[in-house]
Every structure is written in C-alpha cells, then in structure tokens.
Ligand binder design. Structure first.
Ligand code: ADP
Ligand code: ASP
Ligand code: MG
Length: 589
C-alpha cells in the first residue's frame, strides 16, 4: 500500500461532471489500496475571475484581502470533490491549507512554505479517509501570533502538492492536468509537440521558469531538493505521462521547507578567453553566421551574450577555452573582414559559478555574489544567470580569492566546490524542450560608470525590491565620456517597481538614465546535453534567421540558450526552434 499525493488542476475540476470523473478516478486508486492525499485547484478560471472582480473595485487592492478572496476558489473545489467522493461511498474529508498545517512566510501573494504540520492529516489517513486539500494556500504565523491566510503565487497548487508529498514522505506526487505530461513545448502554441517520458528536475526547472506553465517552478525546486518522485499525467486517461528524475534526497532541514540552502555548489573554470565583437550589423543571420563558423571550425563556445545597441549595430560577447583561442581568433577575424565589426580578446579569464535550485526567484542571491566579489575588489567582465546557476567571468589572477570569498559567503564546504570540472551532459540530448515567455520586458541603464561594483549595485538595488533579472549585459563599447550601458530583462509586472528601485543609483550616477526596449518575447531551448554538444546555439540562431526574424538579445547559461525577439514574432520563432531540433512529431533533423 502506497501513500500518494495527487493534484488535480483547474481544468480537471472545471465543472461538476469533471469533478465527478476525478472522484471516480480517486475511488479507483483508493480501491487499489492506496492512501491518498488529494490537492485541488480552484474550478476552471475561478482565480482569474476573482482577480478581475477585485480589479473592478480597485486597481491596487491590498494583498491581504486578495489572499482572503482568492483562497475561496480552492475551498469550493475541495468541498465539491469531497461531496462527490462521499456519493461514491469513499470516506473523504476536505481541509483548507490552515487545517492541513501548511505554514508559510507572511508575504501575501507569493508566500513560501516553511513547514507542513502533518499530525492532523496523518490522523485522518490512519482512519482510512481520503484527505482533500485546498492547494495554493497556507497560513502565516505573524509575530503577534495571529494566523493569516496566505497564497503561494499563481499556479501554486503544484507547490502545495509537492510540499505535502515531501512532508509525508509519500511514494510519489502525481500532477494530473489537461495535457498528457510535459511536452517538448506548449501544445497550444506548437501543434506537433511531443511527450517527454522522462526529464531531469534541472531541465524542468529551467523550462518552467522560462515559460512552460505546466508545472510551478517552486514545485520542481522542492522535488529536486528533497528527491520527491514527481509525475505529470493526464486527468483523462491512464497513460504514464512524464516522470521527473532528481538527485538523491536531502533530509528536511530546520531552515524551512522552501528556504533550505539555496546554493549548494561552487565551481571555477580556468583558462577562459572572452571575445568581444562590437559594432556588428544588426540584421537577421549575424549570430547564426558567426556561431556556425565557430562550430564548423571545431570551436566549442560556452557563454554567449548579445544586447542591441544604437546605430543598428550589436555587440556579441562569448567565451571559449584558451586552447581554442587562436582558432577562434582566425575565424572571427576573417568574418569581420567581410561583415564589419571590431574584435577584442581578453585571455587569462576564469569563470566562477554558484549553483542550486533555490537561486530561482531569489534575486538577493545573485546580488550577494556580485556584491561579495566587488567588495573583494573583483571586477565582473561578464555575467550569465539561469534559474539554477549564476556565473561571472573574472580576471584569472583573482580566481582563488573569488573562490574563497564566495565559499564563505554561501557557507559551502570542500565537497561542494569543484575546480575545472569535466564537461557535464555527455550523452544527454542537447535540447529537450523549448519554452516561450511573453512576460519579459527589456530595460537598459544608459551611461553607467565603468568601474567595479556597478553591476553589483544595480542587481542589489533591484533585489532589495524583490525584482529578479535575467541576461544582464554590460556593453562592449563605451560612450565618449567613458561610461557604458547595462541591459537586462525583468518581468513586465516588475517594470514599474524598477523605477523606484533604481532611482537612488541613477541619482548617484550623473547622466545615467533608463531606457525601455521594444515589446519582446523570450524563446529558450533547454537541454542537459547542451554543454557537451558543439553548435547548438548556432542551430537555434540559424532557425530564427531562416524565419526572417532578427534576434535582439541572446543569453546563455549552461543548459539553456535564450533569444529575445519582437513580441509579434514569438510564436513563429518558437515553432522554428522547436522544429530545428527535431522535437516535433513530423519534423526531422
Ligand atoms: P492546471 O490547471 O492543471 O494546473 P496549467 O494550465 O497550469 O494546468 O498547465 C497546463 C498547461 O500548460 C497546458 O494546457 C499547456 O498549454 C501548458 N504548457 C506550457 N508548456 C508546456 C509543456 N512544455 N508541456 C505541457 N504543457 C505545457
Ligand atoms: N488557482 C490558483 C491559480 O489559478 C492555483 C493553481 O491553480 O495552481 O493560480
Ligand atoms: Mg498549473
């Protein structure tokens, strides 16, 4: 007999007939002898409708009242599902987040789970009851001891389910939804997306955070950290769906279930060279031509960063291992001779990276790394961020010092630190899935001082206001007064907050100002085999260029490559990238 946590999403409980169908499914699983904890979302679009209702009264309703309102959605579904189970003769009891002991932080609207007090749920399970739990909600314990209803953030029922599975040491957490599992991309946008029977939590974490809404990224983070078996399946059939593989389980710490050590690895990669190509023409196919030439010439490129600049030219920066330097230099020089542009090469560089699932959604961690390094007098030549890793390229002579200060800042021990590790991902697919995120905005800070600590100060100011950023790029070129530009992406919903967050810095940096980019969409390819495969980025850039779409920004990290395109070209670019990696049912490599 197994203890299973099963979660049914909004569409799966969208009307009474569906609730009855779900109840039958649960009854069947119970008959097989399983102990069941069922987590449900609000019916259909209830959460959206409740949000709209509040917005008709106020454009900025208090978060506490929003939580009070939104939490009602899930309460309707747990009661109805329990009634349906009773009707089938299945002993069942519905419980709110509070009743089930989900204790969260106090931040309304996006609270993280600290603990699940399982006594009450266990007692009910021991009585043979199916426990039907309201997802997406918990209770915070304020300093005065007053309990307050909190919600976990949109899509948060997945996180409730995985947290319960962790706390109860369940055999598996099964997420039942309206698609057959995790597909190579969103089937609503690309019709021939294929089911992935298996993928790693690291890959899913990137995909989920880059736009694959099928799973809440925080649910994946918990599954990864605590080794929960996570399965995504269709609510409508018996197919096995997708199983997420994770590393060995880690015991529950005292820091709080969702707050455990966010960083658990530190890596130094020596003998790197940074190539800066500035003033290359801003037109479709430039990046493709450059990286195809490098890949055909046998050069494996690591980080790639590109941001758009004025005067219709771009800067593209990338890193290669020093032993590929002369080869890469010859290839680049012959290219710029025909295409135009200016090449600068810096050798004796080192890449330092911190990794851990908890980096996602906690902008303070990247800011802490940059601040730690800048306080040690270390300048950041390049920055690359992903959901599970933050890397920066620094001067090689400061590598050991950087390693020491970073390991102290994140309290890492020797077993968590690696020096020049072998390339990860051999034998894994270079691209497993692609995702599209239309909710990003591009922002540039023009004319920032060119001195150590500038990027760190910028990240820290944004992090203090809870704003996460991606693809932070410092321009290759300088303005005549010696200043530079820094560009980055942030969530559209954080755009307004960024004005306030950055105001004090802009006041300090004489002449600096913010400039919004055009409407954009981010397209990302993710695959654990990417570091071990040459030419992945080139293929992606070529597919986008062949669709006659210009790439406005590029950002890569170890297992993902993201391209920013204009919003209107998003779906076409997604389809092109999906098919160029042979991910569709009909497409072939
Ligand atoms: P639920 O209400 O069950 O939580 P969601 O709407 O949150 O369901 O998530 C399921 C949806 O996620 C699917 O209908 C699909 O459109 C979307 N989706 C986006 N990317 C993917 C992907 N890679 N694989 C599967 N579904 C995806
Ligand atoms: N009902 C909530 C939402 O729509 C939580 C969830 O469905 O996971 O975001
Ligand atoms: Mg969902």
């Amino acid at each position: 007999m197994a203890l299973l946590v099963q979660k049914f999403g909004g569409t799966s409980v969208g009307n009474v007939q569906r609730i009855q169908a779900v109840a039958k499914r649960i009854a069947f699983s119970k008959d097989l002898g399983n102990d069941l904890v069922i987590v449900v979302s609000a019916m259909g679009h209830t959460t959206d409708e409740l949000t709209d209702l509040a917005k008709t009264i106020s454009s900025n309703p208090p978060q506490r009242e929003m939580d009070m309102l939104l939490a009602t959605g899930e309460q309707v579904s747990i009661a109805l599902l329990s009634i349906a189970l009773h009707k089938l003769g299945v002993p069942a009891i519905s419980m709110t987040g509070t009743q089930v002991g989900i204790v969260t932080e106090s931040s309304h609207g996006r609270a993280r789970i600290l603990e699940v007090r399982t006594e009450r749920i266990k007692a009910r399970l021991n009585e043979g009851q199916v426990v039907v739990v309201a997802g997406f909600q918990g209770t915070s314990q304020s300093s005065g001891g007053t309990a307050e209803i909190t919600t976990l953030g949109r899509g948060g029922s997945d996180t409730s389910a995985v947290a319960l599975a962790t706390a109860l040491s369940a055999e598996a957490c099964e997420i039942y939804t309206d698609v057959p599992g995790v597909l190579t991309t969103d089937p609503r946008k690309v019709a021939d997306a294929q089911l992935m029977p298996e993928l790693s939590c690291d890959e899913m974490l990137e995909l989920a955070s880059l736009g694959a809404s099928v799973l809440h990224p925080r649910a994946v983070e918990i599954a990864r950290n605590y080794g929960v078996t996570l399965v995504v399946r269709s609510s409508w059939n018996e197919d096995p769906g997708t199983t997420l593989t994770s590393r060995p389980a880690r015991p529950l710490g005292r820091e709080g279930l969702e707050l455990g050590r966010p960083v658990d690895g530190l890596e130094l990669l020596e003998k790197q060279a940074v190539f800066g190509l500035s003033h290359v023409p801003d037109q479709p196919g430039m990046a493709a031509t450059l990286f195809e030439a490098l890949s055909n010439g046998g050069v494996n490129v690591d980080l790639i960063i590109q941001a758009t600049h004025e005067e219709n030219t771009n800067d593209i920066t990338f890193t290669v291992s020093e032993n590929e330097l002369s080869n890469a230099q010859i290839l680049c020089e012959s290219l710029i001779a025909t295409l135009g542009g200016k090449l600068t090469i810096q050798k004796n560089m080192t890449k330092l990276s911190i990794s851990g699932a908890g980096i996602m959604g906690r902008p303070g961690i990247a800011a802490n790394l940059f601040d730690t390094l800048s306080r040690a007098g270390i300048n950041l030549r390049l920055i690359a961020t992903s959901e599970v890793k933050v890397s920066c390229v620094i001067d090689a002579s400061l590598g050991t010092k950087a390693l020491r200060v970073a390991s102290e800042a994140f309290e890492l021990n020797d077993s968590q630190i690696s020096l020049n590790p072998p390339i990860h991902g051999k034998g894994q697919p270079e691209v497993r899935g692609v995702a599209m995120d239309p909710d990003q905005a591009q922002l540039s800070v023009r004319k920032v001082p060119d001195k150590p600590g500038t990027a760190a100060a910028l990240c820290a100011a944004l992090a203090d206001q809870g704003i996460s950023i991606d693809a932070i790029v410092q321009s290759e070129r300088h303005h005549p007064d010696g200043t530079r530009d820094i560009s980055f992406m942030l969530k559209k919903e954080d755009r307004e907050k960024a004005d306030n967050a950055l105001a004090p810095l802009l006041a300090q940096w004489l002449g600096a100002y913010l400039e919004d980019g055009p409407e954009i969409t981010r397209i990302s390819a993710v695959g654990a085999g990417m570091p071990a495969t040459a030419g992945t980025a080139a293929r992606m850039f070529r597919a986008i260029a062949d669709a006659d779409i210009n790439i406005a920004m590029i950002a890569t990290s170890e297992i993902r490559t993201s391209c920013v395109v204009t919003a209107t070209a998003g779906i076409t670019a997604l389809q092109a990238v999906h098919s160029c990696f042979g991910l569709g049912k009909k497409s072939a490599l």
